[in-house]
Design a protein around this ligand. Structure first.
Ligand code: 5RP
Length: 228
């Protein structure tokens, strides 16, 4: 197992162990979250844990069905108890870039529906300033997307439409495009978040500001550092 996988798995399993019977959960997306889903499935089988989860992507919904983790929908619950999800980058103020797996819109809706968002990352995701390495994903409507792209570029970004594994433009679970935006660092994430979301055609962007609750950071040796 490579080093990031050890940290991802450790953080994910620790988060899954915070879950109590009867909880309604937000189920994140990505490779780190998959480790948490596997641990939840284990606890359902071994300990009789009773939960229902809302998936943030079609991929997570499929994995939950395969592993026997019961699903529900946001329309069937008042509030979620916890949302557990990964991140692409997280800064010391717990602002994050998400959307590496193109699921940012549903991830944000689900996190905002939960009493707490528990974030699971390995050490490599912790940065001092967001957006120096990772490109910021922005989900845009296909209608007039190049107009939207120009307005996004005017915020200081170099956007590139994301291409899927099939070599064609990637289409999200919501039927939209992702523009991956290169910034030379994002020192004021809240301001950029609002500026991007004010552009017509932008559905949402991958900045999650003021949303993270507990953050579990998995280390290379399998230990977990907790930021409350
Ligand atoms: C998907 C996400 C993921 O949480 C993020 O990309 C982290 O992925 P991974 O756990 O595979 O490193 O935001 O849209």
């Amino acid at each position: 197992m490579s080093d990031p996988a050890i940290g991802k798995r450790a953080a994910a399993r620790a988060a899954a162990d915070l879950v109590e019977s009867g909880m309604r959960l937000g189920l994140g997306s990505g490779s780190t979250f998959l480790f948490a889903l596997e641990r939840l499935a284990e606890r359902i089988q071994q300990d009789g844990l009773r939960i229902a989860g809302v998936a943030t992507s079609n991929g997570t919904a499929e994995a939950a069905r395969r592993l026997g983790v019961p699903l529900t929908t946001l329309d069937d619950v008042d509030r979620l108890d916890l949302a557990i999800d990964g991140a692409d980058e997280i800064d010391p103020a717990k602002a994050m870039i998400k959307g590496g797996g193109a699921a940012l819109v549903r991830e944000k809706i689900v996190a905002a529906s939960a009493r707490e968002m528990v974030v699971i990352v390995d050490d490599s995701k912790c940065v001092l300033v967001l957006g120096k390495k990772f490109l910021l994903p922005v989900e845009v409507l296909p209608f007039g997307w190049q107009q939207t792209e120009r307005k996004i570029a005017a915020t200081g970004a170099v956007p590139t439409r994301r291409i899927g594994k099939d070599g064609k433009p990637l289409v999200t679970d919501n039927g939209n495009f992702i523009l991956d935006c290169r910034y030379d660092g994002i020192p004021t994430p809240a301001a950029l978040h609002d500026r991007l979301n004010a552009i017509p055609g932008v559905l949402d962007n991958g900045l999650f500001v003021g949303m993270a609750g507990r953050v579990l950071v998995g280390q290379k040796d399998g230990a977990v550092r907790r930021i409350d």
